[in-house]
Design a protein around this ligand. Structure first.
Ligand code: CP
Ligand code: NVA
Length: 308
């Protein structure tokens, strides 16, 4: 079953094909109103369920819009409003939904929920973020980098801050797309060693450098994310802020990266916390291109999963 659960478990040639297809589909829509159909309608007669157990703006709107542009239909479901949120098992939910829809996208908490859904569904499942990974985001980010600066292979990406789910998918992408990744952040918030090892096994140079200034030297791309992810307890907020404050991405830090370095953030951002408005709204920032490219990248992911 061609699920899209993670970047490191998807074949690199297929990942590359999805990026190229996303770019071609984006170009083909240039200048069209957002709600107009694509010239090709590969999802005609397809029904897609979009399940959210956590809040979302980009993932929800971009998947819904993408399916519709390709001629398909969507149902947006909230986990709490489903029996899933009231004790029905994941396995039964997967088997029931597979009788109604052609594909399931889910944003959830534990990765095990995603894995179990994929195991028991007889239709493809897409990971729309778990506590551990966020692969759709990084497909959009790779596409965005390459639109602006050409091939990402061999480039130096610096992640500053929390070694969270988005950072994990960046590490997975480093191995699959052949770029290097430097993590800078406090040791207690390091990315999972398993993911670091995996990227290194695939030939990426992965470094962990505590000093953010030294870390960003030579960076082609600087990335950060919120200091308190949706699954983190708010009671840890102050501690996390104190640990992460030295890793804020600001103009002073960006000045140590390459002059043509880009800045990315998956959004939503907390302005003046993990990143300053001067950087977010500055000339190196491509944050809204990333947000737009979620749409195009996910349309290619949907086609990959449905084989259309
Ligand atoms: N970046 C991202 O996934 O945003 P949402 O939480 O708004 O979907
Ligand atoms: N790391 C963030 C990403 C949000 C898109 C979170 O999990 O809340």
């Amino acid at each position: 079953m061609p699920h899209f659960l993670d970047i490191h478990t998807t074949d690199p040639a297929e990942l590359r094909h999805m990026i190229e297809q996303a770019r071609a589909m984006k170009t083909a829509r240039d200048g069209l109103p957002k709600g107009s159909p694509d010239a090709e309608q590969p999802l005609a007669n397809h029904m897609v369920a979009l399940i959210f157990e956590k809040p979302s703006t980009r993932t929800r709107v971009s998947f819904d819009l993408g399916v519709r542009q390709m001629g398909g239909q969507t149902m947006v479901l909230s986990g709490q409003e489903m029996q899933l949120g009231h004790g029905e098992t994941i396995a039964d939910t997967a088997r029931v939904l597979s009788r109604y829809v052609d594909l399931i996208m889910i944003r959830t908490f534990e990765e095990s929920v995603l894995q179990e859904l994929a195991e028991y569904a007889s239709v493809p499942v897409i990971n729309g973020l778990t506590n551990r990974t966020h692969p759709c985001q990084i497909m959009a980010d790779v596409m965005t980098y390459e639109e602006h600066r050409g091939p990402i292979a061999g480039r130096k990406v610096v992640w500053s801050g929390d070694g969270n789910n988005v950072c994990a998918s960046f590490l997975h992408a480093a191995g699959q797309f052949g770029f290097d990744l430097t993590f800078t952040g406090p040791e207690v918030l390091d990315p999972e060693p398993e993911f670091v090892a995996l990227a290194r096994e695939k030939g990426s140079r992965v470094e962990i450098i505590r000093d953010p200034v030294r870390a960003v030297e030579g960076a082609d791309l600087v990335v950060t994310d919120t200091w308190v992810s949706m699954h983190e307890s708010q009671s840890n907020r102050e501690r996390r802020h104190n640990l992460l404050r030295p890793y804020q991405v600001n103009e002073a830090l960006m000045a140590h990266a390459r002059p043509d370095a880009l800045f990315m953030h998956c959004l939503p951002a907390h302005r003046e916390e993990e990143v300053t408005s001067a950087v977010m709204d500055g000339p190196q920032s491509v944050i809204f291109d990333e947000a737009e490219n979620r749409l195009h990248a996910q349309k290619a992911i949907l086609r990959h999963c449905l084989g259309v």
